[in-house]
Ligand binder design. Structure first.
Ligand code: OGA
Ligand code: MN
Length: 223
């Protein structure tokens, strides 16, 4: 299965969607793909996140990186666990993202050189207010990714990711249901987005392709 398929760097993701992914990134700055990641891998990752939650291995997420890191429940309410290659599902997902990184680099010459990601659990009632994932001029987070892990997301579940216009972050362009297998990626410093209040436990992996941004002297600290 996935873990033994080391020959194909794109194992586990929907190869046929890659040309569309690249086109959407170029034309509008974001891409949404349903059933983008293999269902068995999504299930395994979801099981792992639930085990982490059962073992109290999630930490409250904060806002700001490095020394500026603060807990702000009024801005975001998720609990996270950074991927660290501890399990086969994590290694499979990171391998798929490494394959995607290679494809994006070949198509767009973005010079992406690493990927960092965390599991995220949003309990009922939680949300993440409108934000950008990186700031222009310090853009070592270049492309953001989110993979959703909750199967059969209920119609009244809320918890959509809202995508807003670059020039007006109150103008909503799209709403993404956080259904297992759906994958979103977007330009980290251009696309304002939010997690609308969820009514059900919401499971995902948020990740970022990074570039070494030390040239300008302004470096986002890792995490
Ligand atoms: C994030 C984020 C969106 C989502 O973690 O920075 O914006 O849909 N997540 O989970
Ligand atoms: Mn974000």
């Amino acid at each position: 299965m996935l873990s033994s398929d080391t020959a194909n760097p794109l194992a586990g993701l929907d190869e046929a969607a890659l040309p569309t992914l690249v086109d959407r990134l170029v034309e509008q700055g974001w891409f949404v793909g349903e059933r983008f990641i293999d269902p068995a891998l999504c299930r395994a990752l979801h099981d792992e996140l639930r085990t982490l939650a059962d073992h109290r291995a999630l930490q409250a997420a904060g806002v700001g990186r490095g020394e500026a890191h603060r807990l702000r429940r009024d801005i975001r309410g998720d609990a996270i666990h950074w991927l660290n290659r501890d399990s086969q599902p994590q290694r499979d997902y990171l391998a798929a993202m490494a394959g995607l990184q290679g494809q994006i680099n070949r198509a767009l010459y973005l010079g992406l050189f690493e990927f960092e990601a965390h599991f995220a659990h949003y309990p009922p009632g939680s949300f993440y207010r409108t934000h950008l994932d990186s700031f222009q001029g310090r853009a070592n987070r270049v492309i953001s990714t989110v993979l959703y892990l909750t199967p059969d997301w209920p119609a009244d579940g809320g918890g959509e990711m809202a995508i807003y216009a670059e020039e007006d972050d109150t103008r909503e362009l799209a709403r993404v249901r956080p259904e297992a297998g759906t994958f979103v990626c977007f330009l980290s410093d251009r696309v304002p987005h939010a997690v609308l209040p969820t009514r059900y436990p919401r499971a995902s992996i948020a990740g970022w392709f990074r570039r070494n941004a030390s040239l300008g002297g302004l470096i986002d600290p890792a995490r």
